[in-house]
Unconditional design. Structure first.
Length: 365
């Protein structure tokens, strides 16, 4: 007799629309498991951490929260942030606390153009820009760089106008090399074996020059993979003008954060954007989340787009060793958008519930 594979998943909806899209993603995942004839199942445990928790306790996460999370197979995250709590407190207090303490150093953000979704890209090749053959992955260094948290505010005692703030970017050879090797290994499994490195070494002559040096050295170990090194401003233009030339884009914490949002906007909406925060060695659980934010302006109204959260769930399935189920989830997403079941951010009228139901129906066909 076959044994059901059970996965312990920590759900952290956190704030705003995060609660709605995590609930939608869980419903879709449970429907997928229910149709697996007992092959796998999810054991969920939800944690009510976030800005509401902060308002009650002065903390974004329980004091022993990281120890509790350590034993789960994966973390399914919603969104963090709410008016009244400064963004740097909510982000560093919850999401970054998990990412950095669990050494989730590889952040993977696919950019995929879905059928039935109108892209804002314009040009001579509208069919390609609006089709499904534009597909690339942004690999983000997720542990250091511009978000290392090195710096401080000083000289406040000088009076108004006298304070000085220093924010330093931290680049280590180890950190650069491991994210670049991750990107090259990923490229070897894609249709086009190409890695594009994003840099700004013309202006940042220390950290980004180290980044460039490590990229050239690592590239020598992958002679079968095409490479290029592109300044970040030129890469932003390339996302718009020549996206067909992209396959795997590797970049620092800040550069990849901005570029991946640009890519998702070009694909139609940030509501589509999925991501994985990976600890590739498996020493800690990895975390999967949409990147659209908590959207306080539409929270609680049933308007949130759950596709980013469901796409993140597909990345979680791949990580858990269920690639065929991840493909089924991607296929259901494409069937749903192709059928015109689109939320308001995509120009449609469907609710979060409508899209969730359409995704489950697509899984069952």
């Amino acid at each position: 007799m076959s044994t059901t594979r059970r996965f312990r998943i920590a759900a952290i909806p956190a704030d705003g629309v995060g609660k709605e899209v995590v609930a939608a993603g869980r419903e879709v995942l449970d429907a997928l498991a229910a149709g697996s004839a007992g092959a796998f199942a999810f054991d969920w445990q939800e944690f009510g951490w976030g800005c509401e928790y902060y308002a009650r306790t002065g903390r974004m996460v329980a004091e022993d929260g990281l120890e509790v999370l350590r034993d789960f197979d994966a973390i399914y995250f919603g969104a963090v942030g709410w008016p009244g709590v400064p963004d740097h407190i909510s982000l560093w207090g919850l999401r970054l606390a998990i990412c950095q303490n669990f050494d989730q150093w590889a952040n993977v953000r696919p950019v995929h153009f879905l059928p039935g979704v109108r892209s804002p890209l314009r040009g001579t090749d509208l069919s390609r820009a609006g089709g499904t053959d534009l597909d690339w992955v942004v690999v983000r260094e997720n542990s250091e760089g511009e978000y290392a948290g090195v710096g401080g505010r000083n000289f406040a005692g000088r009076g108004p106008g006298g304070e000085v703030a220093v924010q330093s970017a931290l680049f280590t050879e180890v950190g650069c090399e491991r994210i670049m090797r991750f990107a090259f290994d990923l490229a070897r499994h894609r249709g086009r074996r190409k890695v594009s490195s994003v840099t700004k070494s013309n202006a940042q002559q220390y950290g980004m020059v180290l980044w460039d040096d490590v990229f050239r050295r690592v590239a020598r170990d992958y002679p079968d993979v095409e490479t290029e090194s592109v300044l970040v401003d030129a890469m932003a233009a390339k996302f718009v003008l020549h996206p067909e030339d992209l396959s795997v884009v590797v970049a620092s914490n800040l550069h990849a954060d901005i570029l991946s949002d640009l890519g998702s906007a070009l694909a139609g909406s940030l509501g589509l954007a999925a991501s994985a925060n990976l600890n590739p060695e498996g020493r800690f659980p990895s975390m999967f989340e949409p990147v659209h934010g908590s959207a306080p302006d539409i929270a609680g109204q049933g308007l949130a787009n759950p596709i980013g959260a469901v796409g993140s769930a597909a990345l979680m399935l791949e990580h858990l060793g269920l690639p065929e189920q991840a493909t089924r989830l991607h296929t259901a997403i494409e069937a749903t958008t192709a059928a015109g079941v689109l939320t308001r951010d995509l120009g449609g009228t469907a609710s979060t519930e409508d899209v969730t139901k359409a995704l489950i129906d697509a899984l069952n066909t």
